[in-house]
Write a protein that binds this ligand. Structure first.
Ligand SMILES: C[S@@+](CC[C@H](N)C(=O)[O-])C[C@H]1O[C@@H](n2cnc3c(N)ncnc32)[C@H](O)[C@@H]1O
Length: 287
């Protein structure tokens, strides 16, 4: 993993001063500065690698979450880091902030503490995403956003409730389908999707010629699963240059499975439906 540079460290320290230098509410500009420049490599290099804490470039986060929320939807940011995707969802709903309610789930207590300081309007939950009782205790969500860990699943919790064993990215995808009505928007490594869109030469084939076994298994278990590519070429410089320490080839995708079995919630009121979603509504007049 790439080391933090002197210039990056200086910016990180400025972000630290803003975050820990008092209780005064931060301005929008200050929040954006911290989201962009607070760098997990500064304090806990090894920990970052272990939990695969590579934060989504803000440019990519904002474009990926452009259509998330609205209609009073509850959105959960799974493995939220310090909240880059959560912030992107809030931005997408900037003109109507009451029409979205964002919850962020993150394991690392330091990230959660920073997230609370930067985005107090988000409900922060410090927890392991592989814990079934976490999801049972939360409300039913409409949508998820996630740039999860990609590699190995690292947890002491029993993961059999998820019904899928494979790399962490697809495992989080499986969880998202079980805890949301409308499925997730996710940043996944290219090999954990059926696409080869990002970095494709013009006119090339956007679908991967061969699929990894773990992906075949994931799709086979979900015959009604719909993949939806968000048409972002994440290899474009504006996105690619924003990764810190690692620059994986990723795709931004949406998933929907009308047959997904949702986890049972502990409280019936947590099931209260928000406004159902007309996915696309064309206003076509008569001739
Ligand atoms: C690739 S980073 C992405 C962070 C954030 N979503 C973003 O896009 O900036 C993955 C995040 O997952 C968190 N994480 C790893 N294992 C987790 C677990 N078991 N439960 C919850 N969060 C976890 C890490 O601490 C890290 O913040």
């Amino acid at each position: 993993m790439g080391k933090i540079t002197k210039a990056q460290l200086k910016m990180h320290e400025q972000a630290e001063n803003l975050i820990h230098g008092g209780d005064k509410k931060l301005t929008r500009e200050q929040v954006e500065f911290c989201l962009e420049h607070w760098d997990p490599r500064a304090s806990s290099g090894k920990h970052v690698a272990k939990n695969q804490a590579y934060f989504t470039p803000m440019t990519l986060a904002c474009d990926a979450c452009m259509y998330v929320g609205g209609d009073g939807r509850r959105v959960v940011d799974i493995a939220a880091g310090i909240g880059r995707l959560s912030y992107a969802v809030l931005c997408a709903n900037y003109w109507n902030p009451k029409e979205v309610k964002v919850t962020a789930v993150e394991l690392n207590p330091e990230y959660v503490q920073i997230g609370r300081r930067l985005l107090p309007e988000v409900d922060w939950v410090q927890s392991d995403l592989y814990d079934l009782s976490l999801w049972q205790s939360l409300p039913r969500f409409d949508e998820a956003v996630s740039n999860p860990p990609f590699g190995k699943v690292l947890t002491d919790y029993d993961t059999s409730w998820i019904g899928y064993k494979g790399p962490a990215g697809l495992t989080v995808a499986a969880i998202s389908l079980k805890v949301t009505r409308l499925g997730p928007t996710m940043v996944l490594p290219q090999t954990q999707t059926p696409y080869k869109y990002s970095g494709m030469v013009r006119g090339g084939d956007a679908y991967a010629p061969t699929r990894m076994k773990y992906l075949e298994k994931f799709s086979k278990q979900r015959p009604e699963l719909e993949w939806d590519h968000r048409s972002l070429d994440t290899e474009e410089k504006a996105y690619k240059s924003g990764w810190r320490g690692a620059a994986p080839v990723v795709e931004v995708i949406g998933l929907y499975d009308r047959d997904a079995e949702l986890v049972e919630l502990l409280s019936a009121s947590a099931e209260k439906p928000s406004v159902p979603r007309p996915v696309f509504q064309l206003a076509i007049g008569g001739v």
